[in-house]
Design a protein around this ligand. Structure first.
Ligand code: 4GX
Length: 243
């Protein structure tokens, strides 16, 4: 079972995000062991203060190191030594499907969620084994990135997604964008579902989907084609579509 600990000053944000859907079911099914820790529980002052003014001056507040160190000691004692301690921050390495695969294969990792202008650098230096970013935009804290990382890693744990074939079909498992999906009705607002999908010709449907995924990837994310797992037919189709 994949073991994850999350350190945050907003534990309800994490709990709410983990209660629903595939991840919620994985937790109740015992496939995923997530414990969310409130950083304020590891303070020692009356008002449970987790932040302080920055040395050197400047705007905003910085998260104090002591609660993170105390929490990590408690996690090590209660839950064992983690394989990775991950700080979520815009300065981290970009999180990817490969990153999700790597984390899903670990036994135990810890996610550190910062708020304010950032975290005291000694947390990064001493506690964090790596730093991850979910993209080039500024969020108000590491909680949404932590949820993204947990969700992406959890769905790669065997049994978490009910049907293995739907993980295999996921766009980034193949390295291509997904093909278009349709359901009933066959005509909606004057727009028809492509005839081939109604035909029952499974070989032709497979071919249409493969080509639609290739076309969409070429149009929107040509960078993905460099590393996508393509067969001979797909390479040929791409060569022809360029000319
Ligand atoms: N992908 N943020 C973290 C506070 C902070 C700053 C420095 C630790 C070190 C983000 C992202 C992100 C905003 C979360 C700043 N904590 N994290 N927060 N994009 O924008 O991961």
């Amino acid at each position: 079972m994949l073991k994850i600990d999350v350190l945050t000053i907003f534990p309800r944000m994490i709990e709410a995000g983990l209660a629903e859907g595939v991840v919620g079911r994985a937790r109740t099914a015992g496939l995923l062991d997530v414990v969310v820790h409130n950083l304020r529980d590891f303070t020692t002052d009356k008002h449970h203060v987790v932040d302080d003014v920055p040395f050197g001056g400047g705007p905003g507040m910085v998260m104090k190191p002591e609660p993170f160190f105390a929490a990590l000691s408690a996690i090590r004692a209660q839950r064992g030594a983690p394989d990775a301690v991950i700080l979520l921050s815009p300065a981290g390495e970009r999180f990817s499907q490969d990153g999700a695969r790597r984390l899903s294969a670990l036994g135990h990792f810890v996610l550190l969620c910062g708020r304010y202008e950032g975290i005291d650098e000694r947390v990064r230096e001493v506690l964090a084994t790596e730093e991850l970013s979910i993209g080039d935009y500024v969020l108000s804290g590491g909680e949404i990135p932590a949820l993204a990382v947990i969700d992406a890693a959890a769905r790669l744990v065997p049994g978490v997604v009910g049907d293995d074939s739907s993980v295999e079909a996921d766009s980034f498992t193949r390295g291509l964008l997904d093909y278009p999906h349709y359901t009933r009705p066959a005509e909606f607002e004057g727009r028809q579902v492509p005839e081939v999908l109604l035909s029952g010709h499974h070989a032709e449907i497979r071919r249409w989907r493969r080509e639609a995924a290739l076309q969409r990837t070429q149009q929107r994310r040509p960078d993905l084609l460099a590393t996508a797992a393509l067969d001979a037919h797909e390479r040929e189709w791409l060569k022809r579509s360029k000319s």
